[in-house]
Design a protein around this ligand. Structure first.
Ligand code: UD1
Ligand code: CA
Length: 470
């Protein structure tokens, strides 16, 4: 597509969002709105991508850092025609097609836009407008045609008569223009007396008055042209995008038990025969292998799960790695940099952070494992805590292979427990334990035979039991 330069309009104020955040930075399935048209253009392989932004666009620049795009500033939002005009210098001498897209139409597909560009080339038109027939045209520019159904003009909703508003063919806000003719014509677009802005669709009339050919292409799927101006439309766009993600995943062999309650970012990959239960949220750069099961109401973010992993209900996993055959949860919390080697079990109400847990080891109940390295085949008893923080700094706990840590132990870091050692239940361990040792870190038990009975009798003598009648 080296005959195409793309111009993406993102300098509007987005007032209808009622937000501190610029409209095009609102996230949609884990990515800012603006990244959709930008990635579409980059995906098409156009020659250059120019973004028209407002003066306070630092956030937009940051959000697109690393993508090969150029920024052009529109000092004041004087309308979409004025916005395109700002690229005149940058595109001086360009004789190919200028593809113009709104920054707020995230559902357009490469196929549709490529089709528009093809049609534009074939029609040898000066402009080609993407249109759609929609159920509810409110808010969009309406396509007005003459009796022979040739395009006459596009009227914006704010200027439309009642009869014009009844038209259900709308302007998608996506156009191909002949670069050689575009900028001269833009200067002839009038400022709307109603909105005090110059409307890009006004170019149609300018070109038709010059007796030049303006072509239209209707999209086959009208959901693609949804423009996001409000939060309600943002939610609508998310529904469509989620459905696309779900359809792709299901085609790839993933079972989604309830697609309506699955929230899976477009960036997530999942292997075949994995089953996703209702209410699961999978975010960011997460990858899940084959034959896994993720039960209900889990959230997994930027994490990698190998094959045959089971995540039980209500678990939260961030920036972690889980090797094949592990079982996590229910209600486990794997915080960043948790690495579970193969066939590890992290059970109910356990928290793991910045820790490696070796193959076949088990942390089954109510434990905290933080800043730790645990070897293979270790058993960490219920309620065990790695005491990693002394109020000033974090310290490491090392537990070597085949260690058995009894229930409710406190391992005060920095500490090392040698291979095969046994830690008695209820211990507070503050000193290194050598391999194969048994360590008791608790007060010895004192047992007084018969003392309970004697105590009971003494109490009864002091105060006879209360009668039931009281
Ligand atoms: C626009 C079209 C409308 C079309 C609809 C499709 C105009 C006047 N109307 O309406 O015909 O049906 O899109 O979604 O073009 N922008 C700037 N600078 C400005 C004003 C806007 O860069 O001065 C940008 C916005 O950030 C946005 C895009 O242009 O990304 C469209 O502007 P918006 O105000 O959303 O236009 P709509 O009213 O949706
Ligand atoms: Ca819009």
């Amino acid at each position: 597509m080296h005959d195409v330069c793309a111009v993406i309009l993102a300098a509007g104020e987005g007032t209808r969002m009622r937000s501190q955040l610029p409209k095009v930075l609102h996230p949609l399935l884990g990515r800012p709105l603006i990244s959709y048209p930008v990635d579409l253009c980059l995906g098409l392989g156009v020659k250059r991508v120019l973004l028209v932004v407002g003066p306070r666009a630092e956030g937009v620049r940051q959000a697109l850092a690393g993508r090969p795009v150029e920024f052009v500033e529109q000092a004041e939002p004087r309308g979409t025609a004025d916005a395109v005009l700002q690229t005149e210098m940058a595109l001086a001498g360009f004789r190919g097609i200028v593809l113009v897209l709104g920054g707020d139409t995230p559902l357009l597909t490469e196929l549709t836009v490529a089709g528009l560009l093809d049609a534009h080339r074939r029609a040898r038109a000066v402009a080609t407008v993407l249109t759609a027939r929609v159920e509810d045209a409110a808010g969009y520019g309406r396509i007005l045609r003459d009796r022979r159904s040739a395009l006459r003009r596009i009227v914006e909703e704010v200027e439309a008569t009642v009869k014009e508003k009844a038209v259900r063919e709308i302007n998608a806000g996506c156009y191909g223009f002949a670069g050689a003719a575009l900028f001269a014509a833009l200067k002839r677009v009038p400022v709307s007396p109603v909105k005090r802005e110059s409307f890009l669709p006004g170019l149609v009339e300018v070109f038709l008055r010059q007796r030049r050919r303006v072509h239209t292409v209707e999209v086959s799927d009208p959901t693609e042209v949804l423009g996001v101006n409000t939060r309600a439309e943002l939610a609508q766009a998310a529904v469509v995008l989620r459905q696309r993600v779900h359809e792709r995943l299901m085609a790839e062999g993933v079972t989604l038990l309830d697609p309506a309650t699955a929230y899976i970012d477009a960036t997530v990959t999942i292997g075949p025969d994995t089953v996703i239960y209702p209410g699961v949220i999978l975010q960011g750069a997460t990858t899940i292998g084959a034959g896994c099961v993720v039960y209900g109401h889990c959230r997994i973010q930027n994490s990698h799960l190998a094959d045959a992993v089971t995540i039980l209900d209500g678990s939260v996993i961030s920036e972690s790695e889980i090797a094949e055959g592990c079982v996590v949860g229910p209600y486990a919390h794997l915080r960043p940099h948790s690495r579970l080697r193969s066939k590890v079990k992290v059970g109910n109400f356990c928290e793991v952070k910045q820790a490696v847990i070796g193959a076949g080891s088990k942390v089954p109940h109510l434990a905290y494992v933080g800043d730790a390295t645990i070897g293979e085949k270790v058993n960490v008893g219920a309620g065990t805590i790695t005491c990693n923080y002394d109020g000033f700094a974090k310290h490491q706990t090392v537990i070597e292979d085949e260690v058995f840590v009894g229930s409710n132990a406190n391992l005060v870091a920095p500490i090392r427990i040698g291979r095969g050692a046994i830690i008695a239940a209820g211990s507070t361990i503050t000193e290194a334990v050598p391999p194969d040792a048994v360590a008791f870190g608790r007060a010895p038990q004192v047992t007084k035979e018969g003392r309970a009975k004697a105590t009971r009798q003494k109490r009864q003598a002091m105060a006879p039991p209360k009668s039931d009648e009281e």
